[in-house]
Ligand binder design. Structure first.
Ligand SMILES: Nc1ncnc2c1ncn2[C@@H]1O[C@H](COP(=O)(O)O)[C@@H](O)[C@H]1O
Length: 183
């Protein structure tokens, strides 16, 4: 049985606030579900978009959430004001390293180029065995279908090994992510 106190989860997600309510609902639900299993969640430390929704939900439901935010974003006052454990790092590269350090599971919620880049780096590191944790995609509103199709093409065209899709799980709903963690 997994000791949930030990489980370290990283969540990559959008900074944009101008998105469909379904994405906010999914981030809020995931925050509530992860709070209930008492794991530690690390994220980019922002207050806007899905980052803010996830952090607000975890704070509301008594979860453990840590932010890793580069100094230049603090200067722009982008950090979440109520996340108690906020780590200020020098660069965005240091933030990405910290987010994957000792991470058991990295989850990509919907997001823009920042989220895509973070998730693809984690996948690349997993392929190189530099990251040993799990990877999950929360496919709210089928947002990630084109990326999944692209990865399938990379496999079918032999740019990636035939068993590469074992490296990630795709979940349509937050509850399905929780079920996979608990199984
Ligand atoms: N306003 C922001 N606060 C914190 N982090 C931000 C912000 N804007 C971009 N970022 C960085 O990008 C990802 C999310 O990027 P998306 O392009 O919105 O998916 C976030 O983790 C930060 O690295």
């Amino acid at each position: 049985m997994v000791n949930m106190k030990q489980l370290k989860i990283t969540v990559y997600c959008a900074s944009s606030p101008n998105i469909h309510q379904d994405y906010f609902d999914a981030a809020t639900e995931l925050g509530q579900l992860l709070s209930a299993i008492d794991c530690t969640v690390s994220y980019g430390g922002g207050a806007s978009g899905l980052m803010g929704a996830l952090a607000d939900s975890m704070i509301k439901h008594g979860g453990n959430i840590k932010g890793f935010i580069p100094h230049f974003m603090i200067e722009r006052e982008w950090q979440h004001p109520h996340v108690p454990s906020m780590h200020v790092v020098k660069t965005i590269h240091e933030r990405k390293d910290k987010l994957l350090e000792d991470c058991d599971l990295a989850i990509a919620l919907a997001g823009g180029c920042g989220t895509l880049e973070e998730f693809m780096e984690a996948l690349t590191w997993k392929q190189l065995n530099l990251y040993k944790g799990k990877l999950m995609i929360l496919n709210t509103r089928s947002y990630y279908n084109p990326l999944i199709q692209m990865l399938d093409s990379a496999i079918s065209e032999n740019f990636m090994a035939h068993d590469s899709s074992d490296m990630w799980e795709v979940h349509e709903k937050p509850q399905s992510i929780l079920d996979s963690i608990l199984k």
